[in-house]
Design a protein around this ligand. Structure first.
Ligand SMILES: [Zn+2]
Length: 266
């Protein structure tokens, strides 16, 4: 199984099948990044959710101890129908995405993978990915979880001044400035901070319910938040926090046998 080639990798698509077979004897955990191709205001490219999920999955795996979790190629497209009034948005249906992720999950299980960590870069994929995760668990009896930022959101909110900063705002613009500033057109960034009349609809309120709206109903530019407050420094801090917490999450899952994950407190 040894090869002379290159540096050791943990990127699934860069390995040969014998390398994957050998690697799977040491690790049973994968990270599956999921993104979206959708409008991110007039100042950010449409690939932010895709690029960030891909970037973070690689950084998290890199920061994990050996043997590192395997990282799958990212799924670029997500559920983005609510942005479709803005050009450049490409959306797939909830059914198509959940079915696709389900099929990948079942195929991973056949390869011997026991734990799938779905790293979701796009909030509106969450219900669909959670649904797919449930079905994979139901049918393959393996561990599947979805992290849409829950592992670090609380820390990120401490770093920003903007309420309801959910899309192309202070957070996403800061994280983009930190890793690819050449893709950010700050001169085109506009503040469209959301205000809601009901606390039950206010995304920042602990009592808020899940609800859905077409972006053009509440934002002219496509921005929901305040990108004008974004800085690369804040973005660097955000990446550090997000990667730190996710490494912790991945390590705790990777190093725990499947049966113990279900049964033990650790
Ligand atoms: Zn986004």
């Amino acid at each position: 199984m040894s090869s002379k080639k290159h540096n050791p990798t943990f990127m699934w698509e860069e390995m040969t099948w014998p390398e994957i077979e050998a690697y799977l004897k040491t690790v049973d955990t994968v990270i599956l990044p999921c993104g979206a191709i959708e409008q991110h205001g007039p100042h950010l490219p449409v690939d932010v959710d895709y690029y960030d999920a891909k970037y973070m999955a690689a950084k998290v795996a890199e920061a994990c101890e050996d043997p590192k979790p395997l990282v799958l190629p990212p799924i670029p497209f997500g559920v983005s129908y609510h942005h479709e009034a803005f050009k450049g948005t490409l959306s797939v249906t909830n059914d198509a995405l959940s079915r696709f992720v389900y099929d990948i999950g079942m195929s991973l299980a056949k390869n011997g993978i026991k734990k799938i960590i779905i790293l979701n870069g796009h909030g509106d994929n969450a219900p669909t990915l959670t649904y797919a995760a449930q079905m994979i668990n139901r049918d393959a009896h393996i561990f599947v979880c979805v992290d849409t930022g829950e592992s670090s959101d609380i820390d990120l909110y401490d770093l920003i001044d903007t309420p309801n900063d959910i899309h192309a705002g202070e957070i996403e613009t800061s994280t983009s400035l930190a890793i690819r500033p050449h893709m950010v057109q700050m001169d085109k960034a506009v503040n469209e901070t959301l205000k809601f009349g009901s606390k039950f609809l206010d995304f920042d309120d602990v009592r808020s319910v899940n609800w859905y709206v077409r972006t053009d109903k509440i934002s002219e530019s496509g921005v929901m938040g305040d990108p004008t407050k974004a800085t690369a420094e804040k973005g660097k801090k955000m990446w550090e926090l997000m990667i730190h917490h996710m490494v912790h999450l991945v390590e705790s899952i990777k190093n725990t046998p499947l049966e113990d994950l279900y049964q033990k407190s650790y």
